[in-house]
Design a protein around this ligand. Structure first.
Ligand SMILES: NC(=O)c1ccc[n+]([C@@H]2O[C@H](COP(=O)([O-])OP(=O)(O)OC[C@H]3O[C@@H](n4cnc5c(N)ncnc54)[C@H](O)[C@@H]3O)[C@@H](O)[C@H]2O)c1
Length: 253
């Protein structure tokens, strides 16, 4: 990677894809600000990074709250310096079609998955613009590209995030800032563990999830993190405003 300033901010880094991304960027030499609600998970990610001699700074925050996001980005910048890379990973889902979706669920899913990345991007962009460089990677989903059954708010939030990605790319290319969406299929994380644990037959539910991919397995958080690192790095510099699918062929059929 070619940034002079090697600081990254990763949201959702207490778990799953966010933790794997924070670990990967720390391994690539970035000092990583870890933003998440879950303090226990944040401490665990920081310990894992420090065990590998990396640098991390924990910033507990609820990403739905505008003032708190501004304070969290300020804390990240004071702790580690101006960010060269932002990865918006934090997300939530609700299993419901439109008729089943409550107002509360809609606000929660849109609040974390779309308003959150908007708020963090708005707080981080001035730092990137003043430094003349930056990369923002938004973790969307195949649910932002195709319809998924009983995921109405989730699909809407992720399609919105892909739209936000393109808009930021168009507006800020002139400032040296790129913005790219990464759209995973089903990835083996704590989120999926919880869904499987709640299924009447977890083994059958897991086999059905794996069968949706052409290579009949779930993705790993490390595979998604590797794509994020590539996009954020020098070799990814011609990628801008794109929505990159990483789904084991799930949406090819
Ligand atoms: N796992 C998958 O199969 C999959 C597939 C496609 C896309 N994604 C996306 O990847 C991202 C990460 O998913 P994951 O599977 O690692 O999930 P995860 O549940 O393991 O991690 C999500 C993290 O987001 C944090 N978070 C939730 N609400 C927050 C809030 N209000 N403020 C701050 N942090 C908050 C959680 O505390 C958690 O640490 C999500 O955006 C998800 O939509 C996941």
């Amino acid at each position: 990677m070619t940034f002079q300033n090697r600081t990254a901010i990763v949201t959702g880094s207490a778990s799953g894809i966010g933790r794997a991304t924070a670990l990967r960027l720390a391994g690539d030499g970035f000092a990583v600000a870890l933003l998440d609600l879950d303090r226990t998970g944040l401490s665990r990610t920081r310990s894992l990074i420090e065990e590998e001699k990396g640098t991390a700074h924990e910033v507990p925050v609820d990403l739905r709250r505008p003032e708190d996001v501004v304070a969290a980005v300020d804390a990240a910048v004071s702790g580690l310096g101006s960010p060269a890379v932002l990865v918006n990973v934090a997300g939530v889902g609700v299993a419901a079609n439109v008729l089943e979706t409550t107002d509360r669920d809609w606000d929660q899913v849109l609040g974390v998955n779309l308003t959150g990345p908007f708020l963090v991007t708005r707080a981080v962009l001035p730092h990137m613009i003043s430094g003349g460089a930056g990369v923002i990677v938004n973790i969307a989903s195949v649910g932002g590209q195709v319809g998924l059954a009983r995921r109405a708010a989730y699909c809407a939030s992720k399609a919105g995030l892909v739209g936000l990605t393109r808009a930021v790319a168009v507006d800020h290319a002139k400032d040296g800032v790129r913005c790219v969406a990464v759209c995973p299929g089903t990835v083996e994380t704590e989120w999926i563990d919880k869904i499987l644990a709640d299924a009447p037959d977890p083994a059958a539910a897991r086999a059905a999830m794996a069968a949706r991919q052409l290579d009949a397995r779930l993705g790993t958080p490390q595979e998604v993190a590797a794509l994020v690192a590539f996009v954020a790095g020098a070799q990814g510099r011609f990628i801008n405003g794109a929505a990159l699918t990483i789904d084991g062929g799930m949406t090819a059929a």
